[in-house]
Unconditional design. Structure first.
Length: 327
């Protein structure tokens, strides 16, 4: 297995964007399913970065999960057209196949395998771009009762499962699953809020994953060894973590606030309260990364008076964007 050259990477990424465009512009389930399969065919070559048994194993798990769930989706729709009196049962099977494909709790075990063995760049693509087509399916079908129930379980499961993790990759995996809760619930509330939330998560995740790639962080204890060599206060990484947690007044807070307000409008009060408390619980593993970095930087400043300014453009971007967003 050889490294893929840059032109081929660009080609496969273009195919991914094309598959998303096909699915979003399609008026039938068959067209969305074809775009989903084209998306899968283009993602596999993008994930081939280096020759490694662990990477090959992750790719095989990813391919099997996506293939089986796609076949189950096609089977469900076919049976639904032939035997309409089984609509209730077949519809639930269709929904659960989509949940499995997205990695929503409790069908998230394969997501951990993917995050552990892929590069940070591919983890970013897996966390963001691949979720577009399944979310468009929820917009078309709008299964309110099933979606709200799964969002509650997903929010509780992702927030509690990430508390005892020391692997940064697993923490970011549970972070992706937790954010998927808000994106899924916004798909039945408002398309506009879904677009805002996805754009916020896309850009914040991009800078976060690229920072983790630059620092070469895989475990929390590596912050004290790897980041100490930087000899500077990297406030951009701290702000990115707090923004992902949804702490005010940073960028990640306002889309979540819009979703909560929309849930109150639709009288989803109990589910909204559960998601708020689950999100507060999930804030712990974001702050654990940030606080350890803050204390380490304070110790570095005490030992050396030298101070370098990092690329703080993203700090002002993430802080100032909520102000413009509010107005």
């Amino acid at each position: 297995m050889k490294n893929i050259s840059l032109p081929k990477n660009i080609f496969f990424f273009f195919v991914v964007i094309l598959s998303i465009a096909i699915s979003l512009s399609s008026n039938s389930f068959l067209g969305i399913w074809m775009g989903l399969e084209l998306n899968l065919s283009a993602f596999i070559p993008l994930f081939i970065i280096k020759e490694s048994k662990k990477v090959e194993t992750s790719l095989m798990i990813f391919f099997l999960i996506q293939s089986v769930t796609s076949l189950l989706m096609l089977f469900s729709v076919t049976i639904l057209t032939i035997l309409p009196f089984l609509k209730s049962l077949i519809t639930k099977i269709l929904f659960f196949s989509i949940f499995f494909k997205m990695g929503i709790f409790p069908f998230h075990f394969w997501v951990m395998k993917i995050f552990e063995n892929l590069s940070w760049h591919n983890c970013f693509i897996f966390s963001t771009i691949q979720k577009v087509i399944p979310l468009s399916l929820f917009i078309v079908m709008k299964p309110k009762a099933v979606l709200i129930l799964m969002c509650i379980f997903n929010s509780i499961g992702a927030s509690l499962s990430g508390l005892n993790q020391f692997s940064v990759r697993k923490i970011m995996a549970f972070s992706s699953i937790n954010h998927l809760t808000f994106m899924t619930i916004s798909s039945i509330l408002s398309k506009f809020i879904l677009k805002i939330y996805f754009l916020m998560y896309f850009f914040t995740s991009f800078f976060t994953f690229m920072s983790l790639k630059e620092f070469n962080l895989n475990y929390i204890f590596q912050m004290f060894s790897n980041l100490k060599k930087q000899k500077m206060i990297n406030m951009s990484f701290i702000v990115l973590m707090i923004s992902l947690a949804g702490v005010p007044p940073f960028l990640g807070f306002f889309p979540k606030l819009l979703i909560i307000f929309k849930m109150i409008t639709f009288k989803f009060l109990i589910s909204g309260m559960i998601m708020i408390f689950s999100n507060i619980t999930a804030t712990f593993f974001y702050l654990r990364l940030s606080i350890s970095l803050i204390f380490m930087n304070m110790n570095c400043l005490k030992s050396k008076k030298e101070k370098k300014l990092g690329n703080n453009f993203f700090i002002f971007l993430i802080i100032l964007l909520p102000i413009f967003f509010f107005f």
